[in-house]
Ligand binder design. Structure first.
Ligand code: G1P
Length: 292
């Protein structure tokens, strides 16, 4: 068995990034020259995912448009001698299967994942929050392996300073983290008060879930912030079978807010094979730092 489906909840309003996100979905904001959503899909494909399920809102048709055929653009690129870009455009939405499900009301992450139930079917699947860029497929790949070998759900983890845990889901670990960064999970709590947090290990936006989570989602009651929280459905799973976390010291950019987005763009641009050298020179000029 392999994990081949990933759900990307993308129906959010992007209020942290207004007014840019009034007309452009935050998932399509560019990271240099590609939409953030494409980097999430590249990460998924690198971890063996073959089918992407985007949970969209009817108010964000630009996301579907990104995957639609664009013969007029391809023709133009070929005519102007840019066959590589023409090929890149042709591959969008073709090198991986992309399906859509719809969330009609912003009732929470648990509800959003539940909207993908019929498209996912009865198999383990990944959930990838598109605000969070990981920069590599390694974490998700290991999480898929742990789900297959343990038969239970898996969450991606990062250690943060104690005073930051209140903004996240936090796990209650059983025993030590092993040499591969894998730890068993007894319980999880969404956005605890710092004093009540069971650890400093937060859930980052990567999950690999067994399909019984849909039953737990169906029975969810409003939790933290009055929302139907995915973390509360995961508590049910952790209480009844194997459940693990995988800890990685990933860079993790939160591109859903302006400063996180800027950090991602600047850091990735400095390393970019095409734009990096010129951008570095320009940035040195801007900040007056000769050693950058
Ligand atoms: C969501 C999850 C939370 C997780 C976080 C990661 O929270 O509910 O458990 O730690 O994503 O970014 P949100 O950021 O939507 O409030």
């Amino acid at each position: 068995m392999r994990v081949t489906t990933a759900v990307i909840p993308a129906a959010g309003l992007g209020t942290r990034f207004l007014p840019a996100t009034k007309a452009v979905p935050k998932e399509l904001l560019p990271i240099i020259d590609v939409p953030a959503l494409q980097l999430i899909i590249d990460e998924a494909v690198g971890a063996g995912i073959e089918h992407i399920v985007i949970v969209n809102s009817r108010n964000k048709p630009a996301i579907e448009a990104y995957f639609a055929d664009a013969p007029e653009i391809i023709e133009k690129l070929i005519a102007s001698g840019r066959p590589e870009m023409a090929e890149r455009m042709r591959a969008l939405g073709r090198d991986v299967r992309v399906s859509f499900a719809y969330q009609h009301a912003a009732l929470g992450l648990g509800h959003a994942v539940g909207c993908a139930r019929d498209v996912v079917g009865h198999e383990p699947f990944a959930v990838m929050l598109p605000d969070e860029l990981m920069g590599s497929s390694e974490l998700l790949g290991v999480m898929c392996d742990v789900c297959v070998s343990s038969g239970g759900s898996v969450v991606g983890l990062k250690r943060v300073p104690r005073d930051e845990v209140g903004a996240y889901g936090v796990i209650d670990p059983i025993g030590d983290i092993n040499a591969d960064g894998v730890v068993a999970v007894r319980d999880l709590v969404e956005k605890p008060a710092v004093a009540d947090a069971p650890s400093d290990l937060i859930i980052i936006g990567r999950y690999v879930l067994t399909p019984d989570v849909f039953t737990a989602i169906e029975h969810l009651k409003p939790g933290a912030g009055g929302e139907l929280q995915l973390t509360d459905a995961l508590r049910v799973q952790a209480g009844s079978g194997p459940f693990h976390g995988v800890l990685r010291d990933v860079r993790r950019y939160d591109t859903g807010n302006p400063v996180g987005w800027l950090s991602a763009v600047v850091e990735l641009a400095l390393d970019h094979p095409q734009y990096g050298p010129a951008f570095r020179t320009e940035l040195r000029r801007v900040i007056g730092e000769p050693n950058l």
